[in-house]
Design a protein around this ligand. Structure first.
Ligand SMILES: Nc1nc2c(ncn2[C@@H]2O[C@H](COP(=O)(O)OP(=O)(O)OP(=O)(O)O)[C@@H](O)[C@H]2O)c(=O)[nH]1
Ligand SMILES: [Mg+2]
Length: 218
């Protein structure tokens, strides 16, 4: 036998990062946003669930998207260009209790305005905290995505905080509550990196393109 066993060759990275660029932020419904025809994937979830952290993990950078010490910090919709091929979009978190009703509705309007009538949007990564049941806001977000007709990837994040037993139980609970199969929920941790490659492979499928291709020249 001359062939090396498969297990000794390094696993192929489903998303090789070759070029990253911050494209800017959208602050208000109908306000500025980058003009691009590239496909977009948005990270959605309640405040502090770990959207910016997971986005950083996905692109293998420590502080590309800003991670907040204070919940509710990300107020704009931030756009990040990857490999001059597609755009990752970091949405502001919803459901943070300590902001005024007025501000909450502003954020809701901003997020909804971004999601609706967006021809570039290929999918939404919906994050759920592994330690909690989905909130009313989470379920409302699933309804909105279904109404708009955007595919949602469900990520159960902060998985490092659970024991194996808790994890299996919560995976079941979240899948039932969100109306998806268990194998459609991707367990992730921005601390250990678990789930990063699974998420990258799912994004490649959503974008309908391999994500390890060379980057086009500008
Ligand atoms: N243990 C653990 N902590 C995490 C994980 N992901 C994020 N955190 C922590 O959770 C806090 C919030 O993370 P962010 O990435 O800022 O969350 P966000 O959803 O972007 O928050 P907003 O932008 O305010 O909506 C930070 O203190 C992170 O370090 C994870 O997978 N495991
Ligand atoms: Mg954030």
């Amino acid at each position: 036998m001359t062939d090396a066993p498969e297990s000794t060759s390094p696993a192929k990275d489903p998303l090789v990062i070759r070029h990253l660029e911050f494209l800017g932020g959208m602050a208000a419904a109908g306000g500025w946003r980058p003009v691009t025809a590239q496909p977009e994937i948005a990270f959605s979830g309640r405040s502090n669930v770990g959207k910016s952290s997971l986005l950083n993990k996905l692109v293998r950078r420590k502080a590309f998207a800003r991670v907040s010490k204070t919940p509710g910090r990300t107020r704009e919709i931030n756009f990040f260009g990857v490999n001059r091929a597609f755009v990752l979009v970091d949405l502001p978190g919803y459901g943070f209790a300590r902001v005024s009703k007025e501000r909450k509705s502003e954020w809701g309007t901003l997020i909804e305005a971004y999601l609706r009538d967006n021809v570039n949007l290929r999918g939404v990564v919906q994050l759920l905290d592994a330690r909690h049941d989905p909130t009313e806001d989470d379920l409302r977000m699933f309804d909105l995505l279904a109404e708009i007709g955007v595919p949602a990837l469900v990520v159960m994040t902060k998985i490092d905080k659970l024991t194996a037993r808790e994890r299996a139980k919560q995976l079941k609970t979240l899948a039932v509550r969100c109306g998806v199969d268990e194998d459609q929920v991707i367990p992730c941790s921005a601390i250990t990196g678990e789930g990063r490659d699974d998420l990258a492979a799912s994004l490649a499928a959503l974008l309908d393109t391999p994500l390890d291709a060379p980057v086009p020249e500008e």
